[in-house]
Design a protein around this ligand. Structure first.
Ligand code: GLV
Length: 321
């Protein structure tokens, strides 16, 4: 008998078709996260789930799906899943690391550049028909990116991809990470390890690229923002909750720092409404890895991970050994 699989969100048709050749597939084709009760109901009797970071897998949900053997996240992060509870129940958890590093680094740079040079604000100005004088000497003055200091908090694969791009702008790169990199890697990246306080104080651009956990909750809050330069820009393409949104809204509103570029938010998509009134923040809806090619690769990898577990093989990207 075919094993049963739930795909919780709209994915590419070829992925659904490929999985349907091996498994009995139930697919939520919509771009609507399943509310917890509906997710629990549709998961009953399933052996595998292909899921997104919006789907919460906690102990009460797992208790209702005793047949579940694998949760395959279409994401590198997996803070939506109670890993310890899964391990206890023998449920394998997989993710999609590696394939999204450069795409996410690109979006990080897009936000950094947009915030530095006020691109979104200027675009809105032109569209609103407010551009009446051809050239203004003091129009939309922003921050230079080249030769500036970039501070990266979280120097894993994506952090390193962000650092590599800084070489093209002749930037000084500082970083902070749980573990210091090997000297050869620091040299290759041209990155200098510093304590977080120094990184906040000396950086013109602070990029957050740390995974969310209890240890990184509000890693950037009012105290850290207070250490930043008034001309500095904060970029978060990691996870909502690593930055304290209320503190950042306050700081942006009172020009304690110059701007921000944000792709992730606490409680997204219901972000702090304060952001919407601020011109000095560029907002994108959690699209860090959203290039057509990368999202397809992530879905393929997630399907491979799921298939491997259900066929009794070791998946390429097992999170809980
Ligand atoms: C997306 O947020 C991911 O973790 O890949």
């Amino acid at each position: 008998m075919k094993r049963k699989v739930l795909i919780t969100r709209g994915v590419f048709p070829e992925i659904v078709e490929a999985l349907a050749q091996r498994f009995e597939v139930e697919h939520n084709p919509e771009d609507r996260p399943l509310p917890p009760e509906e997710l629990a109901r549709r998961l009953e009797g399933k052996h595998g789930a292909m899921a997104t970071v919006m789907d919460r897998f906690d102990e009460p949900l797992l208790a209702r799906s005793p047949e579940l053997r694998v949760i395959s996240n279409i994401a590198v992060g997996y803070n939506n899943i109670d890993i310890a509870a899964c391990s206890k129940r023998g449920i394998r958890v997989t993710n999609t690391p590696g394939v999204l590093d450069d795409t996410t680094a690109d979006l990080t740079w897009a936000l950094l550049m947009a915030a530095a040079r006020r691109v979104a604000e200027a675009d809105a100005y032109v569209r609103a028909g407010e551009w009446k004088v051809a050239f203004g000497v003091r129009y939309f003055l922003g921050q230079d990116v080249y030769h500036a200091t970039l501070g990266i908090i979280g120097m894993g694969r994506i952090g390193q991809a962000i650092a590599r791009r800084a070489a093209g702008f002749d930037m000084r790169v500082l970083y902070n990470n749980r573990n210091r990199l090997a000297e050869a890697d620091e040299r290759r990246l041209g990155a200098v390890y510093v304590e977080r306080d120094r990184l906040f104080a000396e950086s013109d651009f602070v990029v957050v690229m740390a995974p969310y956990s209890a240890a990184t909750h509000h890693l950037v809050g009012a105290a850290e923002i207070a250490k930043m330069k008034p001309t500095a820009i904060l970029v978060n393409t990691a996870r909502g909750g690593v930055v304290d949104d209320a503190a950042l809204v306050y700081a942006l509103k009172h020009k304690r720092i110059a701007g921000a570029g944000l792709d992730v938010f606490e409680g997204e998509p219901a972000l702090d409404r304060g952001y919407l009134e601020l011109p000095n923040v560029v907002l994108t809806p959690h699209i860090g890895s959203a290039s057509a090619a990368t999202r397809m690769t992530m879905c393929r990898l997630a399907a491979d991970n799921l298939t491997a577990v259900l066929e009794g093989r070791t998946p390429p990207n097992l999170v809980n050994a």
